[in-house]
Write a protein that binds this ligand. Structure first.
Ligand SMILES: Cc1cc2nc3c(=O)[nH]c(=O)nc-3n(C[C@H](O)[C@H](O)[C@H](O)COP(=O)(O)OP(=O)(O)OC[C@H]3O[C@@H](n4cnc5c(N)ncnc54)[C@H](O)[C@@H]3O)c2cc1C
Length: 334
């Protein structure tokens, strides 16, 4: 690991003041479960690291009648184990509880989860050509790509978005609060937060290098919601495909409206499956309708040579997430 100077500010404003407008030399550190691995692999080589761990204000979870606000420094364990969050937003808490093992959940934070870098093995290998590290081609497109994107049209880099919290948060209509230089604050819908990177100055999100996520706010609209992950094995690893859904009504035979179906691990950003949402809109959810939504969700998929198998997994994940949110029997556990 390259040597770096370490800063431990006490307020978000002090943290932002330590950031730089250009990427690369200064990195924010939260739980370190991603950044430190990147540093050890010489993929990230900051000369300055700004820790957020001295900022108590980032660790709060506030439940109000119409919205819930989770500080960016709240750990994955705090989210997974929070009784009110579990009752209101199972799409979020079940995903948080499935991440890694206890060590990762106790260290990893919400902000770090949303800003984590992709898992492409070419990106994480300092010796492989990679567009995101300044190379002239994406090695995954003609290389080993079984865990990469299946929605690849118009993407020169075929990473799969890794965050399984992003999907539920997008389905629930959440926004991130951002702090920038000169105390500049802005709010961005999480549906617009993510970005498909193509070069070394890009990240998988739209934050500027000198901006910080301070919190995420989820409106409390009483939506039915759930997430379902397809995993290769029950181990401390990312899922292969994940789906989160949210809708009004839709339980006890009522029609579902405002349906949002969001996928991860299938495209460079979390993907809103609009055709799948339309297939369910204003209908009562049952096995047949949920199956049809799963099929609609894979419209437009263009898998790579080794990951066509993911298409079927998306169909299954969408169907099961919908059935979970609608309170229908878990036929797969019978
Ligand atoms: C074995 C294992 C399994 C995992 N499984 C899953 C999974 O199933 N689903 C999933 O979603 N994730 C999974 N993860 C990833 C895990 O969720 C992230 O590593 C963790 O959430 C990152 O949080 P952190 O606080 O440790 O971030 P750090 O490593 O400290 O930071 C990660 C990145 O985010 C930036 N950052 C951190 N906080 C902020 C902020 N407030 N504002 C702006 N930028 C910020 C940092 O600069 C850095 O670039 C897994 C990780 C491991 C190791």
């Amino acid at each position: 690991m390259k040597n770096f100077a370490y800063f431990r500010p006490n307020t978000p404003e002090q943290a932002v003041a330590l950031l730089e407008a250009n990427r690369g030399n200064t990195e924010l550190l939260a739980g370190g479960t991603d950044l430190l691995a990147l540093q050890k692999g010489y993929i990230a080589q900051p000369g300055r690291v700004v820790s957020l761990n001295g900022i108590a204000a980032l660790r709060t979870i506030t439940i109000a009648a119409n919205a819930v606000t989770i500080g960016a420094g709240a750990t994955l364990a705090m989210i997974a184990d929070h009784a009110d969050l579990r009752r209101l937003f199972p799409a979020l808490t079940s995903a948080a509880g499935d991440i890694g093992g206890p060590q990762i959940r106790n260290m990893g934070t919400l902000g770090g989860n949303l800003c984590q870098r992709n898992r492409c093995w070419y990106f994480r290998d300092e010796h492989s050509p990679c567009l995101l590290r300044g190379g002239n081609r994406c090695s995954a497109i003609e290389g080993e790509n079984k865990y990469h994107a299946i929605f690849t049209a118009n993407h020169r880099c075929v990473i799969a978005s890794p965050s399984t919290l992003a999907t539920g948060l997008i389905a629930l209509g959440a926004s991130a609060e951002i702090l920038g230089p000169k105390n500049n604050r802005r709010t961005i819908e999480l549906a617009k937060f993510f970005f498909a990177p193509v070069g070394p100055n890009d990240r998988e999100h739209t934050l500027a290098a000198n901006e910080l996520v301070t919190s995420v706010t989820i409106p409390n609209r009483g939506l039915a919601n759930a997430a379902y992950e397809v995993r290769q094995k029950q181990a401390t690893d990312w899922p292969i495909v994940q789906c989160a859904v949210a809708f009004a009504g839709g339980r006890n035979g009522a029609k579902a409206t405002g349906v949002k179906i969001v996928l991860s691990h299938v495209a460079p950003t979390p993907l809103l499956a609009e055709a799948a949402g339309r297939a369910i809109e204003n209908r009562a959810i049952n096995d047949e309708i949920a199956t049809a939504a799963g099929r609609a969700a894979v419209e437009g998929a263009k898998p790579l040579p080794q990951n066509g198998y993911k298409v079927r997994l998306v169909e299954v994940a969408v169907k099961r997430a919908l059935m979970l949110a609608a309170g229908l029997p878990r036929y797969w556990e019978a």
